[in-house]
Design a binder for this molecule. Structure first.
Ligand code: FAD
Ligand code: NAD
Length: 467
């Protein structure tokens, strides 16, 4: 065998699997279809979206918040080309970082489309049309996902677009109609709303971010409405057509009324599907699940073919970069004969709107459904000294703790820097802390994290100090 491990796909699942395999002394190759490493996350996902979220937040604050801080700006203007250029540079720095790490760890990188010839042989179709075969004892499929659409809407990638095109628009839409009030819709909708677009969100469920704790969706909707976004909840999209300049989206209200909205762009953000095109799974007797097109794996993330593993968006579970990374490490360690573990209950979920939304563990809805008795403690950011100082008064921290033992079962935050704050909750829950444990630990003052401590005090025996 040429390699101990061949990884197909270089997203956060694939590149981490390759690096961890190499660290463990396994001779490793990684095949990537595109010219740059990093997959969806680095090229058309997490990183470019966060670069644009940061840029648009600066612009929004300069036009809306600076005045209250005593900073007056005359003739504020937006240089969209520069904003996009910076985003491209941020992506380039990150993808180059992976090339560096591959070299450092002596991983052989191949550019091309990898497909199974048999369970140990991968054929690589290169950009120049030639093919090369490499063989490995273990194969890790990390081919990720792509945007899913709606069968009755043709995505022309110009006016009716996916997240990929939304990350490269050369102008601020006048009116962006969003299909789907999930993570992508609200993050990219926020970018353009902050830059001055009218943004309308049509969501099938009766709440935005419907898979998160209900309280978070309600609060986020309130705040985004203040920022100018409008919402059509419980509405069912029936079509979208473009005349090349405008898009008309038709949809049904909960009472059956027919409605339509016309905008200059329509972003379809209704989820993603696993990507396995061209992999030749049939050559090794594997097929994909009908729903979501995912590859089936066991608890070791191994497929029904021994020595062939799959990780990240292409298998069950949350489609998140850090989940893919954890699985990359996990599989490399399994191959090396170790006994790693992933606590899937403690993979945090974050929405990078402002305020940010972050959660870990069980929602109230899940605890009720499982008939688990729990206590709730909440603390609003308007009562936090740090939040008053920065002017970030929206949102709250909600802690759910076991009614009998006080163990923290879920933490749900909407507020400033929630994405970073959730790490404390993950650590606490991994060590099975009680709400009282957290409430007795020192938290630096003034920080947003004090709100977590106060919510724990509220959950323990309803004795927050500052409210
Ligand atoms: P991917 O990152 O999709 O990588 C798969 C790679 O495999 C791709 O590079 C692809 O070209 C390659 N490939 C596919 N088939 C082949 C083949 N046959 N041969 C060779 N190469 C192949 N997640 C977060 O946790 N936080 C965020 O903030 C976040 N923001 C996001 C924003 C957007 C707009 C989007 C679209 C996604 C976001 N995600 C975020 C989700 C995150 O990007 C994915 O969960 C993550 O990238 C999945 O990693 P992966 O390694 O499984 O697959
Ligand atoms: P999503 O599942 O988060 O949201 C899709 C939304 O579209 C849901 O609320 C759903 O109810 C709604 N929907 C589905 N069909 C509809 C219809 N016909 N009409 C109206 N609404 C409809 O999916 P997404 O926002 O496309 O994101 C895809 C994946 O990418 C997610 O799994 C997410 O984990 C990942 N992602 C993560 C981050 C992050 O971690 N910050 C950011 C972006 C994307």
């Amino acid at each position: 065998m040429q390699y101990d491990v061949i990884v197909i796909g270089s997203g956060p699942g694939g590149y981490v699997a390759a690096i961890r395999s190499a660290q463990l002394g396994l001779k490793t190759a990684c095949i990537e279809k595109y010219a740059t490493y990093g997959g969806t996350c680095l090229n058309v996902g997490c990183i470019p979206s966060k670069a644009l979220l940061d840029s648009s937040e600066h612009y929004y604050n300069a036009s809306h918040a600076f005045k209250t801080h005593g900073i007056n700006l005359d003739n504020l203007s937006l240089d969209m080309a520069q904003m996009m250029k910076r985003k491209t540079e941020v992506v380039a720095k990150n993808t180059a970082g992976i090339s560096f790490l591959f070299k450092k760890n002596k991983i052989d990188g191949y550019q091309g489309i990898g497909s199974f010839k048999d369970k140990n042989t991968i054929s690589i179709k290169k950009p120049d049309g030639t093919t090369e075969e490499i063989s490995g004892k273990n194969i890790i499929v990390a081919t990720g996902s792509k945007p899913s659409g709606l069968p009755f809407i043709k995505i022309d990638k110009k006016r009716i677009i996916t997240s990929t095109e939304a990350l490269t628009l050369q102008e601020v839409p006048k009116h962006l109609v969003l299909i789907g009030g999930g993570v992508i819709g609200l993050e990219l909708g926020s970018v353009y709303a902050r830059l001055g677009a009218k943004v309308s969100v049509i969501e099938f469920m009766d709440s935005i971010i419907p898979t998160m704790d209900r309280g978070l969706g309600k609060e986020l909707q309130k705040v985004l409405q203040k920022q100018g976004m409008e919402f059509y909840l419980g509405h069912k999209v029936t079509g979208a057509t473009s005349n090349g300049k405008e898009v008309t989206v038709t949809f049904d209200a909960p009472n059956g009324d027919k409605k339509e909205l016309t905008g200059d762009y329509c972003l379809v953000a209704v989820g993603r599907v696993a990507y396995t095109d061209g992999l030749g799974l049939d050559k090794i007797g594997l097929s994909v699940e009908e729903r979501g097109r995912k590859i089936t794996v066991n608890d070791h993330l191994e497929t029904s073919v021994k020595g062939v593993y799959a990780i990240g968006d292409v298998v069950k579970g949350a489609m998140l970069a850090h989940k893919a990374e954890d699985e990359g490490t996990f599989v490399a360690e399994v191959i090396a004969g170790q006994k790693p573990h992933i606590n899937y209950n403690l993979i945090p979920g974050v929405v990078y709107t402002w305020p940010e939304v972050a959660a870990v563990g069980q929602t109230e809805e899940q605890l009720k459904a499982a008939n688990i008795k729990y206590k709730t403690g909440s603390f609003p950011f308007r009562a936090s000294g740090r939040a008053v100082a920065s002017g970030d008064l929206d949102g709250f921290v909600k802690v759910l703790a076991d009614a009998a033992t006080d163990e923290i079962l879920g933490v749900h935050i909407i507020g400033p820097r929630a994405a970073d704050m959730i790490a404390e909750a993950v650590v606490a829950m991994e060590f099975r802390a009680s709400a009282e444990d957290i409430s007795r630990m020192s938290h630096a003052h003034p920080t947003y994290t004090e709100a977590f401590r106060e919510a724990c005090l509220a959950a323990t025996d309803n004795r927050p100090i500052h409210i």
